[in-house]
Design a protein around this ligand. Structure first.
Ligand SMILES: [Zn+2]
Length: 340
């Protein structure tokens, strides 16, 4: 399912979107884009786009706002891209808008620059887009952005919960890498040292901070950690370096509709338990017990484990090492230890 050509972002720039001169940035990178399709959300990102259009009168823009993140919409946008001879897609917004812009770029083979307004998962530069196919949210292989523009006056306004969700999707790399090792050892998968290295860099970029999320250096390192995680998956041509048992459990919890908490928050909350299963420990006090408490009902926990093991049929993780009863016993011991 993963796109075969390895692309890398050739442009990552800090900008002030209220006065940025896009042509100047393009020229700096020897790029020439003059027909741009901007995809945005409903309000905040749409306002940013309108200002961008107003301040860059030398470029032809077509703005598609209120992005619905559906395959149908992407098909319609494909027609716009070809009829208007668009040569750059600019996504401004959060995960859904950027995933749609990423998939549209993949389908049309038109360059894509991402302008995130909030970052709550590691999807910004990952080779995967999650888009609604009319029935469900579905993962599609996608090529990663050719460029990323970062306006920290906007990103600094992310809430504590939003940032924590993004952090959750990065710290989960720790248990994901242990699961990958396990799968390699059991002969189920092959290693990829470069992808592993990038995933480790991503973890180390944020592990040096405790909880000072408003620190400017933290926000910048956090965004780089998110980008590096995406690149790790891009090199591995798989989510393996960033997704292990904690993601399988989180996907099962989401499929069973057990919580409204965000994807990143759920995987972040489960990471410490999955590390415990590996005999390791990482307690991030920022995550509440809300997700772990969902596992306390034994019959529900079994339902979650069974579904988690099926969700990516061939993904070998620490969950495969234990019977359901052993996992239940481990959970109780883990909770007892955490409350000491
Ligand atoms: Zn994730």
């Amino acid at each position: 399912m993963f796109h075969q050509n390895i692309t890398l972002p050739i442009l990552i720039e800090k900008v002030n979107l209220s006065k940025v001169d896009l042509s100047e940035i393009f020229t700096q990178y020897n790029l020439c884009f003059n027909k741009i399709l901007i995809i945005t959300g409903k309000e905040h990102s749409y306002h940013i786009a309108k200002r961008l259009v107003k301040n860059n009168r030398n470029i032809n823009f077509h703005v598609h706002n209120n992005c619905q993140n559906t395959l149908d919409e992407i098909e319609k946008l494909r027609l716009i891209v070809s009829s208007l001879k668009i040569n750059l897609i600019l996504g401004i917004g959060g995960g859904k808008v950027l995933d749609s812009a990423k998939l549209l770029s993949t389908k049309t083979k038109i360059s894509y620059i991402a302008i995130p307004t909030l970052v709550t998962t590691d999807s910004l530069a990952s080779p995967i887009s999650i888009v609604n196919d009319g029935k469900n949210q579905k993962s599609f292989g996608a090529s990663i952005p050719n460029g990323i523009l970062l306006d920290y006056s906007i990103l600094n306004k992310m809430t504590h919960y939003q940032t924590l969700s993004g952090i959750g999707d990065i710290i989960s790399n720790q248990s994901a890498l242990l699961d990958w090792d396990l799968a390699i050892e059991a002969g189920h998968e092959k290693p990829n040292n470069f992808a592993r290295f990038l995933s480790e860099i991503s973890i180390s970029l944020i592990n040096k901070y405790s909880d000072d999320f408003k620190n400017q250096k933290f926000i910048e390192d956090f965004i780089y950690a998110i980008i590096t995680s995406g690149l790790a998956m891009n090199i591995a041509k798989s989510s393996r370096p960033c997704s292990g048992a904690e993601h399988l459990l989180a996907h099962a919890i989401s499929e069973l509709k057990l919580t409204d908490l965000s994807h990143g928050y759920v995987v972040g909350s489960l990471t410490d338990f999955c590390l415990y299963l590996h005999g390791k420990h990482y307690k991030n006090p920022q995550f509440s017990d809300a997700v772990i408490n969902l596992l306390l009902d034994t019959s529900r926990f079994i339902q979650i484990i069974d579904l988690a093991k099926k969700i990516r049929g061939n993904r070998y993780t620490i969950l495969n090492k234990f019977s359901n009863q052993e996992l239940i016993d481990k959970l109780h011991k883990y909770i007892k230890n955490s409350n000491k």
